[in-house]
Write a protein that binds this ligand. Structure first.
Ligand code: BES
Ligand code: ZN
Ligand code: ZN
Length: 489
């Protein structure tokens, strides 16, 4: 899709559909489309409530073939998050109708860089369909060729916002494509190959740690999980180095859980819904996606990405409940439940990132079902050992409209993960499951400032929204990108 910024006036835009955002408390002029918009309003058919739409053919006084009205709600409450959704709704309303070129004029709303960026992201996100494996009736067969955004005045700031929005939206869709790949096609090595190809295309450093190397390093916790699968594990390391060294000496690590399929292992999961466990590499996909945007947006701080990739399977070589493994950090772990595998692979990865010289660690993982019990599918859980870094992450999440909520991390919770036979167990009891998982991870960060994002509730959308297709959401790509690109000292 071509995204074009221009200054052409509404009436002059020759396009398949011209879009106007209508607020409840600020109606468009009575003359718009020869008075039809006013009529729709008076009849109650279109009142401007959020994301409501109406399509008018051959609007009077305009060169556009159609006029799409989209509700914005109350004008003063219209946020960048609403703008992102609006972009998605526009695309998802017009694309199925085969309308290949769209134009919107943004006038009247405070059009700052963040608003334009959000619109562009929304348009790109709305354009994504998880239909890469359909051979017929693919929604993606219809394509939007161009999306024109007309503004009162062009500026460097807006041009840059468009570039950012595009890089971030495409990065998120890249992550969504990876997550949507089934586990027979996206093995750990295939995921690594995808990351490597992306790194080559965008000029990032790439190193793959294979099984032998990880054995040499002593990644016992990670390798224990990989034992049950015929597919070898791999650790993907991508690196972005800014042109000039960062004055602070800080080095950000972003880390994502890459379980390409989670059967649960010997502590096997119920079969109902198990097909969704291909999204257990959503954390890895999010950090790989984030690196794609980071490579283009070039933040001032160095960023290294780590994605431990394994498949958690059952089989005659699989690890058993009660097995004791030795982590890279040195602590021993009793594997009380083979389905709590994410924390095992992350344990070795967090220690590795810390020992490689990263000063701040942020990880994303589809770690616990319990997080969705606590927060539903709207918020990610945030867990941290460092208030300052947690605040940075929360601020980033807020700025980009990815909702996140902090959890307590009292040391008393460590009691829950005790083991009689090793330094710790890999599960707590019935209660506070997301917190005990986070307390487990904390044991491996070597005292470095660290934030863990439990994204199990938000990485997958069970039902389509008017602005987003069902399936992988690509969360939290935007938070990672914002965190890196807005990092000060
Ligand atoms: N991948 C799952 C968590 C998950 C559950 C993600 C549902 C997405 C949707 C994770 O590896 C897991 O199985 N966690 C267990 C932990 C338990 C054994 C302590 C869980 O949440 O049940
Ligand atoms: Zn599991
Ligand atoms: Zn898992």
């Amino acid at each position: 899709m071509e995204l074009i910024l221009g200054t052409t006036k509404a009436a002059e835009l020759e396009t398949g559909a011209f879009v106007v955002i209508c607020f409840k408390d600020e109606k468009p002029g009575p003359e718009l489309a020869g008075g039809i918009v006013k009529e729709l309003d008076e009849s109650g058919e279109f009142t401007g409530k959020p994301l409501e739409t109406a399509l008018i053919h051959h609007p009077e006084g305009m060169k556009a073939t159609r006029l799409l009205l989209i509700g914005g709600g109350e004008k003063a409450k219209f946020t960048t998050a609403d703008m992102r959704k609006t972009g998605g709704v526009i695309v998802r309303t017009l694309k199925p109708k085969g309308i290949g070129d769209i134009a919107i004029r943004l006038k009247g709303i405070t059009l700052d860089a963040a608003m334009l960026e959000a619109l562009v992201e929304g348009v790109i996100l709305g354009d994504f369909e998880p239909d890469q494996h359909k051979t017929a009736d693919r929604p993606s067969e219809k394509t939007i060729k161009s999306f024109r955004i007309s503004v009162p005045e062009e500026s460097v700031v807006l041009v840059d916002a468009l570039r950012r929005g595009r890089a971030i939206g495409e990065a998120q869709n890249f992550a969504r494509t990876l997550v949507n790949e089934p586990a027979n096609l996206l093995t750990p090595l295939k995921l690594a190959a995808e990351a490597k190809a992306m790194a080559a295309e965008f000029g990032l450093g790439c190193e793959l740690l294979d099984e032998a190397r990880m054995r040499q390093l002593g990644f016992g916790a990670l390798l224990g999980v990989a034992m049950g699968s015929a597919e070898p594990p791999v650790m993907i390391v991508l690196n972005y180095t800014p042109a000039a060294p960062h004055a602070s000496g800080n080095h950000l690590a972003i880390i994502g859980k890459g379980v390409t399929f989670d059967t649960g292992g010997v502590s096997i999961k119920p079969s109902e819904g198990m097909e969704k466990m291909k999204y257990d590499m959503g954390g890895a996909a999010a950090v790989i996606g984030a690196m794609r945007a980071i490579a283009q947006l070039k933040p001032a701080i160095p960023v290294t990405m780590y994605a431990p990739c394994v498949e958690n399977m059952v089989g005659h070589k699989a690890q058993r409940p009660g097995d004791i493994v030795k982590s890279y950090q040195g602590k021993t772990i009793e594997v009380l439940n083979t389905d709590a595998e994410g924390r095992l692979i992350l344990a070795d990865t967090l220690t590795y990132a810390a020992r490689q010289g990263c000063t701040h660690l942020v990880n994303a993982a589809t770690l616990t079902g319990a997080i969705a019990v606590a927060l539903g599918h709207l918020y990610s859980g945030v867990f941290s050992n460092n208030d300052e870094l947690q605040q940075r992450v929360l601020a980033a999440s807020k700025a980009v409209g990815e909702r996140m909520w902090p959890f307590p991390m009292d040391d008393d919770y460590k009691e829950y993960i005790k083991s009689a036979f090793a330094d710790m167990g890999n599960i707590g009891g019935r209660w506070g499951g997301s917190i005990t998982a986070a307390k487990f991870l904390e044991e491996f960060v070597e005292g470095k400032p660290w934030v863990h994002l439990d994204i199990a509730g938000v990485a997958w959308l069970d039902e389509s929204k008017p602005f987003l297709a069902k399936g992988p959401t690509g969360a939290p790509v935007r938070t990672f990108v914002h965190l890196a690109t807005h990092w000060v000292n």
